[in-house]
Design a protein around this ligand. Structure first.
Ligand SMILES: *[C@@H]1O[C@H](CO)[C@@H](O)[C@H](O)[C@H]1NC(C)=O
Ligand SMILES: *[C@@H]1O[C@H](CO)[C@@H](O)[C@H](O)[C@H]1NC(C)=O
Length: 932
């Protein structure tokens, strides 16, 4: 044993004698490492260049010293300045490395990279750092530096990356004046990260100039005051600007809208006085203007202009009035947080909410009613709005953010000795709700980064912290389930470069902040591994818990909303209070109804039908209602009636006539509907109401009613088949929005009538689906057939059966695929349509849809949803062409949707796939012609 030790010593002597490292560097390194504890074991060897982990040499000279994340403790010796050929010094992630940064650092004239991220260095940043002519990257973030930013840093003419974030720096941002340098001279610097310090004073106007090429300027979380300088508009390269969490006041300069490359703008938590004008900032993805001192204003016009927004946050923005519904249709929009404002009236989310939208927060506003989009099933927070004061709404998810129970995440698949840490991204362009959506791309990039290295990695959790920085947990595991060596981690996981090669437009500037790694060679190994793994597991469980809880919460909410059949609610004008009410059907007594209708007087009667008499009445709040009183004996029994009423009262859609209430008393079965002022489609087509519906109006009526029916078929629970679709059951409101009426009624009536009408078939002659008639098998496709007849009515302006002629047959016979403009239907078209034009935009496609609906076999007919999509496309062609092509890009998909769902039409119909295709091309010409 003794001999062996002796041999080792001699071996060391021997090696020493032939050291490949320059003696000046050996001596400097020894001096540096003597002040450190817990250096890598390899540092006991005599030849740094050859043997020390984290030391790299060239021609016997040390050019790189980068023992990052080695848990080295101690302070940095001033002899570091003697490593005169050093080009890269990276001591990052040694959180117990403390004391001042020696001024001798200024002797390292070859230094290109100085990184001391997440250590415990303190004292001032020495002026001498500014005398390193070759310095390109300076990252001193996450230390305890105090004092001012040395103006000398402005001399670093090769600097591309300046990161002084998360220290305790104070004083002002230095700019050049009177021969003294300043940060404005850093004309190669892409990144100015000065966030999370104690900087104060104004942001100097001279800081920004057209000489800067900065893409990221982070000044958030400081004590800056005064106004935002007009000169900000000169830095046209800017992609991310965070000035949030300061005390900035005054008015945001209009020049800000010159920043047309800006993706992320955060001005939250300042004292800015006016809602800025951001019109034209088309590249903006993420915007936060919360908690300023804005004057009261309406939603700014640019709410309807910034098409690329992912995140819009204006909490406590002193905003009132209505919200433009176009906002919710932005294609990329993920998150809208406009809580703590005074938005009032109706929150209308429109029917085309963007695909990616997942969070809408209007907590503490003044909405008295809400119209939700049927296409939106994600989170909506309305707590603290008057619309929530109704006891029935109070308990719903919308008005009551639930606390979800914690669940322990499933930790299987986690490796036992991960090299782990946090990826920190300081200005992500997406929202907290869309982390799952952006994770795959992060994974792809990590995979690329780690390719060729025998590791696996996992991203077990992620969250946005309170400062809106994205934190992604990253665990890298050896594929052999062993500890990594220092050499491996130093070479493989050199992520400290801050250049993780993540897409900066998506993630903003990111860096990796690894946890201290136990390389597995501690004395009491079992115990330490136990603690390390246990500790890491505990950490993971805690981190996982919170993200998992969030995720669960979101999922739970989603589930609840999905199960909730409400699409719309709002005030129904309860007589007994100002509190707006959820639109559930209310109960009317027979006396109420008598009062409303002057005792069912003839003067109030507005019509009659198979169902009974219809009366008009006015509720105490002025709302007009249509009261349908059934003939005695035509209705079913009490329990069924109530069940149906409950079901119908939950069906709300802007294209369906709303059930306001009902009466069930003494054999009375009465339904109270909203009153629709402009009468039926039949009346309007006949010209009886003195107004001609033009082509576009007819298209939009078709679209409205198709959407109403699609809702009944696909979103109402249980599914409702109308059974009596016809033009006289389509009503037009004051804006000529079409609303489908009397759905469900036929069903209500049917059971009672079954005794009298032996056949179960119910419907109206001329609209009746022949297949249903023959098989008595009712499906939603029967409504589709009837709707096809309505579409033909829209073209011809006539009822389906006139003088014994059936419009479906007439159209089929007249059809001439060869005829270019009207496909041979010129003589059947309602003359009113052709008064002012020789073309009808999308006519062929429209006829095509109608004929598909009228296919003999119900299986060949499209669904109502497909029909709605196709009509929507036709209608869009009537609009002026959009600037962007995102709406036109939806076109082929919707078209093929029809082609796929409804199998190819028979050849005697013209509407084959190719027919529609050429029709589409032709419609392009039509557009040009009709645009003249
Ligand atoms: C906002 O800016 C745009 C374009 O610069 C301008 O057209 C518009 O009038 C401005 N709006 C207001 C309210 O000042
Ligand atoms: C919304 O509030 C404003 C004043 O804050 C008021 O003028 C307006 O009439 C309100 N609108 C509705 C629909 O209540």
């Amino acid at each position: 044993m003794k001999g062996f030790v002796l041999f080792l010593v001699c071996f060391s002597c021997f090696r020493h004698g032939f050291s490949s490292t320059d003696p000046r560097d050996v001596s400097a390194l020894n001096s540096v490492s003597n002040q450190w504890r817990n250096t890598p074991p390899s540092w006991k060897n005599p030849d740094p260049c050859d043997q020390w982990e984290g030391v790299n040499c060239s021609n016997s000279r040390v050019i790189e010293l980068k023992p990052f994340n080695m848990d080295i403790k101690g302070s940095l010796s001033s002899d570091i300045g003697n490593l005169s050929e050093l080009q890269e010094l990276d001591l990052s992630y040694n959180p117990n490395l403390e004391g001042p940064l020696p001024t001798s650092i200024g002797n390292l004239k070859q230094l290109r990279i100085l990184r001391l991220i997440n250590c415990k260095f303190s004292g001032v940043i020495p002026d001498e750092v500014g005398t390193l002519p070759n310095l390109q990257i300076l990252s001193l973030n996450k230390n305890q530096f105090v004092g001012p930013i040395p103006p000398s840093l402005g001399q670093l003419s090769n600097l591309t990356w300046l990161d002084l974030a998360e220290n305790r720096l104070n004083g002002t941002i230095p700019t050049a004046e009177n021969e003294a340098p300043g940060l404005d001279l850093l004309v190669k610097t892409l990144h100015f990260h000065l966030n999370k310090n104690e900087l104060s004073g104004n942001i100097p106007s001279g800081f920004f100039s057209s000489n800067l090429v900065a893409i990221h300027i982070l000044l958030d979380h400081n004590n800056l005051s005064g106004g935002i300088p007009e000169s900000i508009g000169l830095v046209k390269t800017l992609e991310v600007l965070r000035l949030d969490n300061n005390s900035l006041n005054g008015i945001v300069p209009t020049s800000i809208s010159n920043l047309t490359n800006l993706h992320v703008l955060n001005l939250a938590n300042n004292k800015l006085q006016q809602m800025p004008n951001l019109t034209g900032m088309q590249e903006l993805y993420s915007l936060d203007l919360s908690n300023n001192s804005f004057d009261s204003s309406e939603a700014p016009a640019w709410f309807s202009d910034l098409q690329n927004l992912r995140t819009l946050i204006v909490e406590s923005g002193n905003l009132h009035g209505e919200i433009p519904e176009t906002l919710f249709a932005y294609p990329y929009l993920q998150e809208v947080r406009l809580n703590n404002n005074q938005f009032n009236g109706t929150l209308n989310m429109g029917s085309n909410t963007g695909q990616n939208l997942s969070m809408v927060n209007f907590q503490n506003n003044n909405f008295t009613s809400v119209t939700l989009s049927t296409s939106y099933n994600n989170t909506i927070i309305l707590e603290g709005n008057p619309v929530c004061s109704n006891p029935r709404l109070e308990t719903t998810e919308y008005c009551n953010q639930q606390q979800d129970g914690n669940r322990v995440p499933d930790s299987t698949g986690r490796c036992s000795r991960p090299y782990e840490g946090m990826l920190l991204c300081r200005a992500p362009s997406f929202s907290g709700n869309d982390i799952p959506g952006n994770l795959p791309s992060m994974r792809d990039r990590m995979t690329a980064r780690l390719s060729g290295i025998p590791v696996t990695y996992q991203i077990p959790g992620f969250s946005f912290d309170e400062d809106n920085y994205l934190r992604v947990e990253l665990q890298i595991c050896s594929s052999e389930a062993r500890y990594f060596t220092r050499n491996e981690t130093l070479h493989w996981f050199d992520f400290t470069s801050q250049n993780l090669n993540l897409d900066r437009r998506i993630y903003g500037p990111c860096y990796f902040d690894p946890q201290i790694y136990d390389y597995g060679n501690k004395v009491n190994r079992g115990l330490i591994i136990g603690i390390a793994v246990g500790g890491a597991a505990a950490l993971l469980v805690i981190a996982g818990l919170s993200t998992y809880a969030l995720w669960q919460k979101k999922r739970a909410r989603k589930a609840i909303i999905l199960a909730n059949p409400f699409a719309t609610w709002g005030s129904n004008g309860e007589e007994d209070g100002d509190a707006p009410q959820i639109k559930l059907a209310r109960y009317f007594s027979l006396d109420d109804l008598r009062k409303l209708t002057n005792g069912f007087s003839e003067d109030n009667a507005i019509g009659s039908g198979g169902y009974g008499q219809v009366y008009k009445g006015m509720l105490s709040d002025g709302q007009l209602v249509a009261i349908k009183r059934s003939r005695k004996g035509s209705m079913q029994g009490g329990l069924e009636f109530k069940t149906e009423i409950e079901m119908l009262s939950r069906v709300h859609h802007k294209n369906l006539v709303d059930l306001v209430g009902f009466c069930f008393e003494k054999g009375e079965r009465t339904l109270v509907y909203e009153y629709i002022p402009n009468g039926t489609l039949t009346e309007n087509l006949s010209g009886k109401r003195g107004l001609q519906l033009d082509w576009k109006k007819r298209l939009s009526i078709a679209l409205d009613s198709a959407r109403g029916l699609a809702y009944l078929h696909e979103l109402a629970k249980p599914t409702i088949i109308h059974r009596d679709v016809k033009s006289s059951n389509i009503l037009l409101d004051e804006n000529f929005t079409a609303k489908v009426a009397d759905f469900g009624l036929s069903m209500l009536v049917l059971d009672a009538e079954r005794d009298h009408v032996s056949t179960g078939v119910k419907g109206t002659l001329g609209y009746l689906d022949p297949e249903y008639f023959m098989t008595q098998q009712l499906t939603a496709k029967s409504d589709v057939y009837s709707f096809g007849v309505v579409l033909l009515e829209l073209i011809t302006g006539r009822l389906p059966i006139v003088e014994g002629k059936y419009v479906v047959r007439e159209v089929r016979m007249a059809l001439d695929v060869q005829e270019e403009v009207f496909y041979g239907l010129r003589d059947i078209i309602d003359p009113a349509l052709l008064q002012n034009t020789r073309y009808l935009v999308g006519f062929k496609r429209f006829v095509g849809v109608a004929l598909l609906c009228l296919e003999e076999s119900s299986a060949s007919r499209p669904t109502m949803n497909d029909v709605a999509k196709e009509i929507e496309i036709i209608l869009k062609e009537c609009e002026p062409k959009p600037k962007e092509n995102y709406s036109t890009s939806a076109l082929p998909a919707a078209y093929f949707g029809i082609a796929r769902d409804g199998p190819n039409p028979t050849s005697d119909d013209f509407a084959g796939g190719s027919g529609l295709n050429s029709g589409a091309g032709y419609d392009g010409d039509e557009y040009l012609l009709s645009a003249r």
